[in-house]
Structure formats: C-alpha cells, structure tokens
Design a protein around this ligand. Structure first.
Ligand code: DGJ
Length: 735
C-alpha cells in the first residue's frame, strides 16, 4: 500500500478529536479524479494539511480517519505537510508563500476559510479553497482543476491583498504537495543546445533537491520544468507508482523536492523567486501559473498516456486536429537564398508530397543585412536583394506550385547591429552601465514594455495582413537573458525584480492577442530546440521543436524522453543530413512524431527520392494513429541494443510499431520477441512492414495472423539487426 506512514499532524488531530473538542470543525477535502485522490484536512487551529495522495478510495468518508493511524511524533521542530506552507510563524519548513507586508513585517499564517467545487462538465470540476492570514489582510485561494477521466490535476493559486498599501511577494508557489512512501526516485532532465532532455534518475535523500531555471527567455535550455517521480522503487513502463509533473510557465521556474525529517516528501513548485520579488498593490491579485500532474499506480506508460490524452483534448492548440508535413530550407540553404532558389525548393516540396514549404531565417533586413546571425535581427522588412518582389510574391509562387507557405520569425530578439536597436535602444534588456553580453550575437527585447508587446504583435500581424495565405509560423527564440534590466520598468517607476515575471506575462499577452485574431494558424514553438517547451506556451502553439540535433540516433533517445510529457503530434521531427545513418533510418525516426524535411531534395539520388516520396505517402496513411493514438514505449534504448515503441488507435484496430537498432556490436538486435501492448486480446491481427527502401524485402512473415493475446503475451520480433537497423510495422485487425 502506498500510504505506509502518516504525517505528524495526525497524532495531534487524533488527540484533539479524541477529546471531542474541535471534532466538528475538522473539514476533509478530497480532490478526486477517476482513479486518484489528493485529500486535505483542517486541524484544530484551522490550518490545512495534506493527509493523503494516492489511489482513490471507494468510500470518501474513510479519508478522514487516515491521520489517526500515524505514529510520527511531532517534537515541535515543524509541521511539514501544509497544503500551502506560510513562513515566519509556526512553520520553519521551506515555504510556498513568503510575504513582506505593507508595514515591513515578514510573517504569514494561513487558515482555512471556506471551499467550494464548481462543475464545468461531466469530466471537469474546479475546487477552490480560501485561506486567510488571521492577522494581515492577505488571502490565498488554492485552485485544483480536475480532469477526471485523464487523471490530471491542474493546480494554481491566487494571492490577494487587502492591505492598505503594497506588499511584496518573496515566494509565491503554484503548488505545495506532500507524499508518503518508502523511498522517492526523481527523474529530471539536463542538457544544453543539441543535447536536450538528457535524463537522470536519482534516489532523493534528506534535504532539498532543487530543479530550476534562471535563464529568463529560452528558460529550458539547461533544464525543462518537467519530471517523473516514482514512489517506493523506480517505476517501469507498466509497473509502479509514479507522478508526472510539469509547470506551465515559459520563464524561470523552481521546484523544491524536500525529503523531510520523517522521510516524507514535500514538493513546492512554481515560478522561480530568484531576483523576482513581486509587488502586489492593495486589492490586487497575483495568479500563479499552473502546475500540472498526473499519477498512476501502473507505471510510466499509463501516466504519460494520461497526460497525452489531457494535452490533446484540453491544452495544445488544435490538439485533436491535424498537422502539416513540411519542407524547411534552414539546413538546405542557411542564409543563402533568393527567389529563384526558393521557387525551386517549392517545386521540390511539391514533388516530395509535403503540405507546406517553410522559409527560415534570413529573409529580412536591409541596412544591416541578415546574411549570418550577426546582424539584422529586429528589422522585419523583406531583404530587397534576396526577395525583390517580397513575401507576397513567394506566397503566390508557392500557391501556384500547389504547396502552402510558412515563415520563420524571432520577434522577441534584436541584434545590436540593426536599425531596431539604433532606433529603440530603450526596448532592449541590458544593464545601462555594464558591457553587453550576448548569446548568438543577440539580446532579448523588453517584453514587459507594452510598446514592445505591440511591436512583437505587429511583426506577425503585418505578415498575416499583407499575406493572408501564410499558413504556418515558426517562432524562434535563441538567447537567454543576461544582464536582466528593464529600461521600461525603470521609467515607469516599477521594480526591476518584476522583469522575469512581466516578460513572460508580456509574451502571453502578445500570444493571446495573436490567437484572438488568428485562432487557427499552426505555429511551431522553436527556441533553438527545446529552449521553451511547456504547457502554457502550448496553449498558443500547435507543436514544438525538440532540438536542433536531428541526428536520428540522438533523436531516438530525446524523442523517447519528451514522449513522457508531450504527445507525438506536438513533436516536430525533421529528416536532415545530421548523423551517419541512412536516409531510411532518418526518415523512420522522424515519422514517430510530426514529420518534416530539411534536406536538399534535388541532391537525392533516384532511389532516395523514390523512397522519400513513398515515405510521405506512407506517413499520411499512419499519421492519424501516431498523432491521436495511445503510445506504448516497449523496449528502452537506454537499456537495450534497440528501441521499440508503438502507437495504437483508440479502437485497437490498427497500430504502428517503430523499432531501431542503437548499438552496432556483433549480433546486436532483436533476437527474441518482445511484448506488444495496446491491442485487443481477442482480436486477430496481421502485420505488414512499412517504409521499405526500394528493392529491399521484409524479413517478417506478412501472411500470418496473430491474436492480440499472442502479441501481448509472447510478443513479436521485428527482426531488427545490423542489416535492418530500423523498421516500421503496421498492425491491422485481420478481417
Ligand atoms: C534555431 C532553430 O532551431 C533552427 O531550426 C533555425 O530556425 C535557426 N534558429 C535559424 O536561425
């Protein structure tokens, strides 16, 4: 059983309840999804504590008795399971809330006032719990939005002040949770450019383990705000208790994992308060971003499918819709193109059979031309040398060729060598008295400034207004924030410590305005690869760019890790010239997400071209399953010579299996069958190999039928080996 030990407050409550003094005041609040429950309870002093997190009980009334079973003794060193830990009063634990009041006092307490649950529909409800400081006029409302069928909880808080004058928020978490288990195993991710999403699993030991970012823009370059947390022992794909958590915030974040003195685990997640004391004026609210989590007692696979189902249905823009396959010119031309070259690429895209051509960086700037990444960023006028007839002409040309047209922008950034920088030095984030410090020769614009927000909105609005047929935007963001300082906040007499938060809020304002005017146009969240991947931004974007590293060997691992948190339809995977693998391998890897190309089609030999055209059409026949089906990770490339994963349609009539060799040693490969998942035991299936390279034959028996029972019990061997390094199989119900 998950709940072995019970937190210290329980004994205290039991004693008090045993005297029948405050028993009737004790309130139990269960937050339940279809399978799970997070339960809170008040104590005699009306403080609110978490008393349970785990599998839901069939009788709600039984939750209230849970604390009585605890024998963990409080020696007055602190009470650790607060539902939102205040600071400076009775708790000495790492706080969720830290405030400097209008009179300078730094103490806070929060007592339960009331709660209510509002049902949005049969699946969604929101429970809000009001807590209040008994001494100061500060109120915190905790929100728990339940997506019942998906077993997802979206949690945030709202801090309100009725003090006479401004208070300062020193720490303002979104969520404060408490878990009780034998041990805790945290999988988190680190990396840098082209090495994104490198997993590490560690057993948490006493003290605080912090996952955070202080990078500002491109906040996830070194670490994303997503993690897996296993209880008791490391969870596998099909077994074990595991929580997947992710913060929906495109800026600095901080997550404190504290194994406390009772070997219980406290988790506090939210915006990073580093250099970010935030003022809150009288009568104003501060709404924190959402912390989103799902829990499963059946392993990581089920937990990630929960999250995928939720994200497609409720979060990612057009998450249940379709996506465009594309040909991108970035690696085909870099900055070196003109109208003629592009027209030829449109034709290549058409020949290949993709839906859209995506024009990348380098199409703009005149005074300081954008012929490399050192100049021109910020000057969003077509470069008259490369594109004398403008974007309009390109859109027309592409349309005439029978392909849609999309375009790259990086509107939040500026090169010092640009007209924009010359005209508006006060729009740039930089320290007034210190030397500038660059990443990729550029600086972020100050999105806390409403004028800058209008400018950024204007860049895209102008493109759409002048060219309504533009069908896709790639939104890049290639620099982190050094020298964080806002000329705007200075001028408007606001606090510099607002910058990190106000930047992100400014970005969301722009995206909100854009989506109000252009609700549907697909947009890729790029950020140089993996630099900005979170569930707040994905409200506005249809997909993200996981990494500039498109070496398929690396991508097998990276895409595997991203797949814990994000569904395949949101992952843009492009076939490029990175890596040593043959074209088929590169294509097969890109096909387990949203397929695109970034190669010179005219350089392909006849067979490669024939293969690629066939691959696009094969992809069109399976993309519905990859995008909207259930994902099962079957063979982990980190622990085996090969990787295998499959997607199956919700009705279990069709599935697609992908498998890749990741080790070239003698006889490496799939020499025995492995178990498939996500099929119907009683159905019969036929298996067919897809995406064969011209003139090669399959190594599997395609005329055999198998029961789902067989495939999920004995398994199937796709015969991956050094001669067949990547395979895609279609599994279809046999008639
Ligand atoms: C970084 C992106 O990740 C690339 O795909 C490309 O768009 C370049 N920026 C362009 O500067």
């Amino acid at each position: 059983m998950f709940l072995k030990k019970i937190q210290i407050i329980a004994l205290f409550m039991f004693a008090v309840a045993g005297n029948h003094v405050f028993a009737q005041n004790i309130i139990t609040i269960p937050i339940e999804t279809r399978e799970n429950a997070l339960v809170m309870q008040t104590d005699a002093d009306n403080h609110l504590f978490i008393i349970y997190f785990g599998k839901k009980l069939s009788q709600t009334s039984e939750y209230q008795s849970i604390p009585a079973q605890s024998t963990q003794h409080d020696d007055n060193s602190g009470i650790h399971n607060s539902a939102y830990t205040p600071s400076g009063t009775w708790s000495i634990s790492e706080p969720a809330l830290q405030v400097t009041h209008a009179d300078g006092n730094k103490s806070s307490d929060l007592v339960y006032v009331s709660h209510k649950t509002t049902k949005e529909n049969d699946n969604i409800s929101v429970t809000s719990i009001i807590l209040k400081d008994p001494v100061y006029q500060v109120e915190v409302t905790l929100f728990y939005k339940i997506y019942s069928n998906e077993n997802v909880i979206e949690q945030w808080s709202n801090i309100h002040s009725d003090e006479k004058s401004e208070i300062i928020l020193q720490k303002y978490a979104s969520s404060n949770l408490y878990f009780i288990a034998k041990d805790y195993y945290l999988t988190h991710y680190n990396g840098t450019w082209a090495r994104e999403m490198q997993p590490e699993e560690e057993q948490l030991t006493a003290g605080i383990r912090v996952l955070d970012s202080k990078l500002g823009t491109r906040a996830n370059l070194f670490q994303p705000p997503s993690f897996l947390l296993s209880f008791d022992k490391p969870a596998s794909e099909t077994e074990g208790k595991v929580l997947l958590g992710t913060l929906a915030w495109s800026g600095n974040f901080r997550m404190d994992f504290e194994v406390d003195s009772y070997h219980n685990l406290r988790l506090i997640a939210g915006i990073n308060n580093y250099a970010s004391e935030y003022p809150l004026a009288s009568k104003q609210d501060f709404k924190t971003p959402s912390f989103i989590y799902t829990y499963s007692e059946n392993g990581k696979g089920e937990a990630s499918r929960n999250l995928h189902n939720w994200a497609r249905r409720y979060r990612i823009l057009d998450g249940e819709g379709s996506r465009l396959t594309l040909l991108n010119n970035w690696e085909a031309t870099y900055f070196d193109f003109n109208e003629e070259k592009l027209s030829a690429l449109f034709k290549d895209g058409k020949k290949l059979g993709v839906d859209l051509f995506l024009l990348d960086d380098g199409w703009f700037a005149n005074k300081y031309q954008r012929n490399n990444d050192k100049a021109g960023l910020g000057d969003w006028q077509e470069n008259v040398k490369k594109l004398p007839n403008g974007i309009g002409h390109l859109v027309k040309e592409a349309t005439n060729t029978g392909i849609k047209f999309g375009i790259w922008v990086e509107p939040e950034m500026v090169n010092p060598k640009s007209e924009l920088y010359e005209k508006h030095p006060d729009w740039v984030i930089k320290q007034p008295a210190r030397p500038e410090h660059y990443m990729r020769n550029q600086l972020p614009l100050d999105l806390s400034n409403p004028e800058v927000q209008n400018f950024v909105f204007g860049v895209i609005d102008k493109l759409f207004t002048e060219n309504p047929a533009i069908a896709y935007i790639k939104w890049d963001c290639n620099a982190i924030t050094f020298n964080a300082y806002s000329p705007y906040l200075e001028k408007s007499k606001q606090k510099q410590s607002q910058l990190y938060v106000d930047y992100v809020r400014g970005l969301y304002k722009v995206l909100e305005k854009l989506r109000a005017k252009y609700p549907k146009v697909p947009m890729m969240l790029c950020s140089g690869g993996g630099g900005r991947v979170d569930y707040e931004a994905l409200k506005y974007f249809t997909e993200f760019w996981p990494s500039d590293n498109t070496d398929p060997m690396e991508r097998i691992f990276m895409q595997w890790e991203y797949s814990y948190f994000f569904p395949a339809l949101a992952q843009s995977n492009h076939v490029t010239d990175w890596g040593k693998q043959p074209l088929k391998f590169r294509t097969d890897v890109a096909m387990m997400g949203k397929l695109g190309y970034d190669i010179v089609i005219s350089h392909l030999n006849e067979k490669d071209l024939q293969f690629s055209k066939q691959a696009v059409s094969t992809y069109n026949s399976i993309k519905d399953i990859v995008w909207h089906g259930d994902l099962f990770r079957l063979v982990d490339p980190k622990k085996n010579d090969y990787a295998a994963l499959m997607f199956s349609s919700k009705d279990k009539k069709r599935a697609v299996l992908f498998s890749y060799l990741v080790n070239n040693r003698y006889e490496a490969g799939s020499d025995v069958p492995f178990r498939l998942q996500g099929l119907e035991a009683s159905k019969k299936y036929r298996i067919k190999e897809l995406n064969l390279y011209p003139e090669t034959k399959t190594a599997i028996k395609e005329d055999q039928t198998y029961s789902g029972d067989y495939l999920m019990t004995v398994g199937f061997n796709p015969m991956v080996n050094t001669r067949r390094t990547s395979v895609i199989m279609e599994i279809m119900e046999a008639q």
